[in-house]
Design a protein around this ligand. Structure first.
Ligand SMILES: [Zn+2]
Length: 402
């Protein structure tokens, strides 16, 4: 990488280098285990002019998202989160809602239920088909300024444009933001949910760094990114999703920022994230998470205890590969998504089974990879206690839950 993708500065400082790993959503089928697996460096850097944290665009979204394994509706709490958002949005009956990266219709299905006109824009044909089956009109496209203008011409400007969990996934952040601007009415609003770099740094969430996430936002850098496409940040909400996210409210019309924006900017500044100091000790904290987890897994193996995983999220693969965990330390993992059953985690090549396997095998420990769903999973996996099994959370720091 030579220059910052947002401001063009050549002044990029290293934050953490996680080695080289395969793209985290490329789960392997058994017949591909004997084939070479390309890996790409995973080195997070931050721009010391605009403070956008970023990875070089080594893979293209087209490689990842044309046949995507992630179906949002497999998480109960995420579907409920989307329902609450739609209820709270106060949509007029004649409104038009566009969601970019609408996935399997987890959010727009609630808009359709209210009889409000909507359109999903989703690049992955397989998840888009699942949305269409729910009655959610879906266009198979990546958002660009041209696609935004075409949708506006065909369907009219949108009163509300939603873009959840996609603003990190697009290397052309300026083009994407211009696409959002093209979609939204001049008096409309844009709502974007994206992981917050402040919680990533504070809570050691380094496993959320992977090639598919090209950038990591503070509210300060998001404000600059939005402005690059002609949108003004007006409000921000802090959300617990993905371990700590921000919901940015932006609009074409200029307006003063809310008190909440001022407050979050002040917190980021106090954490040192608007200068280099806040980024300096992150790599050392990441190294400690790795040592603690490896020590636990090696001790468990030496003591003859069985450890299996729960979940096969993309972030799990950053953790497994960075730590060098292989099936000798983690026999298998399980996932609710049938797409992943019978496949293997990229790089670490840990087999993925159905969740029922845990109750059948009664392991001593279950390492929970989607730690962001902790509350939901502690309840869902309460049956593990029946045989004295324990849940293990690797992040923010190793914790074995009785
Ligand atoms: Zn920059």
């Amino acid at each position: 990488m030579t220059i910052c993708r947002l401001c063009g500065s050549p002044d990029l400082a290293g934050v953490v280098d996680l080695g080289a790993t395969p793209p985290c959503e490329l789960f392997l089928t058994a017949d591909r285990l004997d084939e070479p697996e390309p890996t790409y460096p995973l080195h997070l850097r931050v721009c010391s002019r605009c403070w956008l944290a970023q990875l070089p665009p080594l893979i293209t979204p087209e490689e990842t998202f044309t046949e995507y394994a992630y179906f949002s509706s497999y998480s109960n709490s995420w579907v409920e989160h989307a329902r609450a958002f739609v209820v709270g949005a106060g949509l007029r009956p004649d409104a038009f809602v566009v969601e970019v990266a609408s996935n399997d219709g987890y959010l727009l299905q609630h808009v359709v239920e209210r009889g409000v006109r909507c359109l999903g824009i989703e690049p992955s044909a397989n998840v888009g088909r699942a949305a269409a089956a729910k009655g959610v009109p879906t266009l198979t496209e990546f958002l660009s300024p041209e696609v935004g203008a075409r949708v506006r011409a065909e369907h009219g400007p949108a009163d509300l444009v939603v873009a959840n969990n996609v603003y990190a996934h697009i290397p052309d952040v300026v083009g994407f933001t211009k696409g959002l601007r093209a979609l939204v009415a001049d008096d409309g609003r844009v709502s974007i949910e994206v992981q917050h770099l402040l919680t990533l740094m504070e809570l050691n969430q380094y496993d959320t760094i992977y090639h598919e996430h090209f950038q990591y936002y503070t509210v300060a850098s998001a404000q600059r990114a939005l402005a690059s496409g002609g949108l003004h940040l007006v409000d921000v909400e802090l959300l617990p999703t993905h371990g700590g996210s921000i919901r940015l409210w932006a609009q074409p019309e200029e307006a003063p920022v809310s008190a909440r924006v001022v407050e979050v900017l002040a917190r980021e500044k106090a954490a040192g994230l608007h200068e280099l100091s806040g980024y300096r000790d992150f790599a050392a904290r990441v190294a400690k998470v790795r040592r603690d987890l490896l020590r636990f897994l090696i001790d468990a193996a030496d003591a003859g205890r069985t450890v299996v995983g729960y979940g096969a999220p993309g972030k799990g693969n950053t953790l497994l590969n960075h730590c060098g965990i292989r099936p000798d330390l983690l026999a298998y993992t399980v996932d609710r998504n049938p797409y992943k059953h019978g496949r293997f985690t990229p790089g670490s090549r840990i087999p993925i089974h159905e969740p029922e396997r845990i109750a059948a095998d009664r392991p001593d420990y279950v390492l929970v990879l989607p730690w962001n769903l902790r509350e939901e999973l502690v309840e869902q996996l309460s049956y593990v206690r029946e045989w004295g099994g324990r849940l293990v959370f690797p992040i923010p720091s190793l914790e074995v839950v009785a």
